[in-house]
Design a binder for this molecule. Structure first.
Ligand code: HAM
Length: 438
């Protein structure tokens, strides 16, 4: 099978250039969302907007392309995302630009650039596509979509709990029954450097047991070794010092505050000392929601506090916390659930117009206009065809009624309206009000 051409191997000797071009398929890891899947996506987006309004978050739409320097500075040069997963290229004028691999850095830039915090707005959400050049597999794409939620300006632990509560309300609202919230604290610039050093020394003493990736990570970001899936690395990580045991008093206080607030909100969570995130901007709270239904790519959402990001982008010291949900992973879970418990079917059009002779075309156009002006959904097939084939098509579209326009109808200035649920028929004058066709 040829991945580039959707399975068919075009033979230049048999097919002409035009046919060869027609067989171009989508890029690996970039997926179409087909009409049959769109109702689920619409449902997810509607729920996101509903819950955002409930929690006081306003929608923000940022560009899909930004200066590469934004992500390098924001996410961190040494992260996998910036180091090897971004789609970057040189724009005219020589500047490096990149398709956004995530939304947080762009949202922080927009908040700063437009002084949004001075406008008394500090909580934002965004929906849209992100791009990472990862190896595609189930639940891992190169273009994927996120619901991104960010709250700026509040250093206290209650807002951390509130955004996690937002996330769980959103997932539950969509009917996801058993999301598991894992929580950790990654410390702050006060306590993390000493922990990092201690961890690096511990890992260095066991370097031989680590995978090549982790051996490389050791110098750049030893914390990443903690969430490596390799069995050897896991064993080493199990005996490693834990950041939660090395937090400074202010971080301990904050972490306790987060846990207490979650308890008051009635949210279950489990502490995971190995939870580190793949982006460098986090401090203190880090969390993920996993779902057993997803297999190895089981994180449906992740987030945390990033108190240093806005300042790193040249802004004032601004604490912040947020998360992003992977919408393809969510859609995967929901469609597995929908197999047992299907979504209501999308209704078909109110009317299907069957144009049975060329002379009826003008009358049909006029009637479509009249019906649609009254907001009655209509479809029409303009291609020549028999009554039988037209009725078959109307049935397939799940239309409520077929309006038949042939020579006899034109001569009598009326339309034959057929109720497709019981096959009954009646005649309606062509100049009757739209409601008479119902
Ligand atoms: P992240 O953990 O990199 O965090 O991504 C969040 C979610 O996006 C993941 O849990 C996953 O569901 C989904 N995701 C990530 N990569 C892929 C992929 N290649 N294919 C499909 N889904 C994927 C962030 O992006 C942070 N910006 C979250 C955040 C917001 N932190 C604070 N505010």
């Amino acid at each position: 099978m040829d991945g580039r051409t959707g399975g068919r191997r075009p033979d230049a000797a048999v097919f002409g250039e035009r046919e060869r071009l027609l067989t171009i398929s989508a890029i690996r890891g970039f997926k179409d969302i087909l009409p049959r899947d769109v109702p689920l996506w619409t449902r997810i987006e509607e729920e996101a907007r509903k819950v955002a309004a409930l929690y006081g978050f306003g929608e923000l739409r940022t560009p899909v392309m930004e200066r590469t320097s934004l992500f390098a500075r924001g996410i961190g040069e040494a992260t996998d995302i910036v180091e090897k997963e971004m789609y970057s290229f040189e724009d005219r004028g020589g500047e490096s630009v990149s398709l956004r691999p995530e939304a947080t850095a762009g949202v922080a830039r927009a908040v700063l650039e437009h002084n949004l915090l001075r406008e008394n707005r500090s909580k934002f959400f965004a929906l849209g596509p992100m791009f990472r050049r990862e190896r595609p597999q189930k639940g891992r794409l190169r273009q994927f979509h996120q619901l991104d939620v960010e709250a700026f300006g509040d250093p206290g632990p209650q807002i951390d709990a509130e955004v996690m509560d937002f996330l769980l309300t959103f997932l539950r609202g969509l009917g996801l029954s058993d999301p598991i919230l894992s929580l950790n604290s990654l410390g702050c610039p006060e306590c993390r450097p000493a922990f990092r050093k201690e961890l690096a020394e511990y890992l260095l003493s066991r370097e031989a047991s680590l995978c090549p990736d982790c051996r490389r990570r050791l110098a750049l970001n030893p914390l990443r070794v903690l969430d490596c899936k390799n069995p050897g690395c896991r064993e080493v990580a199990a005996g490693a010092p834990k950041i939660v045991d090395r937090l400074c008093p202010a971080c301990v206080l904050h972490f306790r505050g987060v846990m207490d607030s979650l308890a008051v909100l009635g949210r279950d969570f489990s502490l995971d000392p190995f939870l580190v995130r793949g982006l460098d901007y986090y401090s203190r709270t880090a969390f993920e929601v996993a779902h057993p239904g997803l297999g190895s790519q089981n994180a449906v959402a992740g987030g945390g506090r990033y108190d240093g990001l806005v300042a790193a982008l040249g802004g004032p010291d601004t604490p912040a916390v947020g998360f992003a949900v992977g919408l393809e992973r969510l859609a995967l879970l929901l469609s597995e659930k929908a197999e047992k418990d299907p979504l209501p079917e999308t209704p078909g059009p109110r009317f299907f117009l069957a144009v049975l002779c060329p002379e009826a075309v003008e009358t049909a156009l006029r009637l479509l206009g009249t019906l649609r002006k009254k907001n009655f959904s209509c479809e029409c097939d303009w291609r020549p065809g028999s009554l039988r084939s037209r009725l078959k098509r109307a049935d397939k579209l799940k239309a409520e009624k077929a309006i038949m326009l042939g020579e006899r109808e034109l001569a009598l200035r009326l339309a034959t309206v057929r109720d497709l649920s019981d096959g009954s028929q009646r005649e309606v004058p062509l100049d009757a009000p739209a409601e008479d066709f119902l």
